[in-house]
Design a protein around this ligand. Structure first.
Ligand SMILES: NC(=O)c1ccc[n+]([C@@H]2O[C@H](COP(=O)([O-])OP(=O)(O)OC[C@H]3O[C@@H](n4cnc5c(N)ncnc54)[C@H](O)[C@@H]3O)[C@@H](O)[C@H]2O)c1
Ligand SMILES: O=c1ccn([C@@H]2O[C@H](COP(=O)(O)OP(=O)(O)O[C@H]3O[C@H](CO)[C@@H](O)[C@H](O)[C@H]3O)[C@@H](O)[C@H]2O)c(=O)[nH]1
Length: 328
């Protein structure tokens, strides 16, 4: 049985949907940013806080947990600058309690959701795992702290772990049943699609004076189902003893500017956007593009879905959300 912490969230719920095909799954979530509608009916749900030792002890003493996959976190860069305590408390302190309680019950396999934000401002076009980590905001620092803790716990206590540094997760499940839901929504693709569905008046492009060909920020968008598949490969690498530790980037290896993402959304939806050019958003590096060569070489994973497929799946999901909303 696998424990998925944060399985009611966007990325965790997509992982669960794939994982229940081969494993028994238990989800721990406190619904701080997750949704009951994203919970897979084949998984067991425990409602609680990952920093609550009592809840964790209950799970670890009642279920034979082979591995913990940890998606739960606060993950808004801007909010982390305003309220760093929340980030260090939830992303770091609660995670230490989770790790410590796992070790008490001799559970030693751990998969951690980290981020491209650990790199800070990259010095190269394609970021591989050997690039220096130098996060520029509390969110990225909180993730890097956990990465460092994992390294120390592995050496001292024999914890096996894989860190997955995602670039920009986007898209929705092919079934159309689940998709990206954040409240408030701050991510580019859902914001564009909500606008094209008439739910927002316009799209603001944050910054047009970056050192990129069209002046807008470049990101590497990765389909959430590709992420889920990478997690499953990482999980079996730990469980089967193929790997004791590992740190991998998860991206498509292709960068798209904010303007290009808007154009692709217009193409996929056949609608045209009302764009406002605004100031830069604090904490945004000009470009973030992954090299995911390491995970391909070591675990045989590569992204299969391109930007258009990402947007098509997200569009299907957002249209469905409008239909449900209109019915209610
Ligand atoms: N969305 C992205 O583009 C992206 C990119 C890089 C990394 N990440 C990381 O991936 C992970 C998942 O991101 P997401 O976009 O799915 O976020 P999300 O907010 O949709 O999901 C997080 C889930 O964790 C739960 N949670 C938070 N704190 C908890 C706690 N103390 N106890 C129990 N449950 C708790 C929330 O209720 C939610 O269901 C996060 O760790 C995030 O930092 C996300
Ligand atoms: O209304 C908007 C929203 C976003 N952007 C821009 O679009 C790009 C992408 O922004 P967003 O979708 O908010 O993602 P990021 O800020 O790049 O962060 C995501 O990707 C990171 C890894 O690259 C993760 O660490 C974060 O958790 C995840 O939110 C950035 O240049 C933003 O400035 C706009 O121009 N207008």
């Amino acid at each position: 049985m696998i424990l998925v912490v944060g399985g009611a969230g966007y990325i965790g719920s997509h992982l669960v949907k794939e994982l229940v095909k081969s494993e028994k799954v238990i989800i721990l979530d406190n619904f701080s940013t997750g949704f009951r509608s994203l919970i897979d009916s084949n998984a067991i749900l425990i409602e609680g806080n990952l920093g609550d030792e009592k809840v964790l002890s209950h799970i670890f003493s009642n279920y034979a947990i082979q591995a913990v996959m940890h998606f739960a976190a606060n993950s808004l860069v801007g909010e982390s600058v305003q309220n760093p305590y929340k980030y260090y408390e939830n992303n770091v302190c609660a995670t230490v309690t989770l790790l410590n309680t796992m070790l008490k019950y001799n559970i030693k396999n751990f998969i951690f959701s980290s981020t491209a934000a650990t790199y800070g401002i990259p010095k190269v076009e394609f970021i591989d795992e050997d690039q220096p980590t130098s996060p520029i905001n509390p969110y990225g620092r909180s993730k890097l702290m956990v990465e460092n803790i994992l390294e120390d716990f592995s050496k001292a206590y024999g914890l096996n772990y894989i860190v997955l540094r995602y670039f920009n997760a986007a898209g929705a499940h092919e079934s159309g049943e689940i998709g990206e839901s954040h409240n408030p929504e701050t991510h580019l693709i859902p914001i564009i699609l909500q606008h094209l569905l008439g739910q927002r008046e316009k799209i603001s492009v944050f910054g047009t004076d970056y050192a990129t060909p069209d002046g807008t920020c470049i990101r590497d968008y990765i389909h959430v189902t590709d992420l889920a598949e990478a997690h499953i490969k990482a999980l079996y690498a730990l469980i089967d003893g193929k790997k004791q530790t590992g740190v991998y980037n998860l991206g498509n290896g292709k960068g798209y500017s904010v303007k290009e993402v808007i154009e692709t959304c217009e193409k996929v939806t056949g609608k045209s956007a009302n764009i406002e050019y605004a100031n830069r958003r604090p904490g945004d590096p000009a470009h973030l593009i992954a090299s995911s060569a390491k995970i391909y070489k070591e675990l045989g994973w590569k992204a299969e879905r391109n930007l258009e497929q990402i947007i098509e799946s997200a569009w299907k999901w957002h249209q469905k959300m409008v239909a449900i909303h209109d019915k209610n």
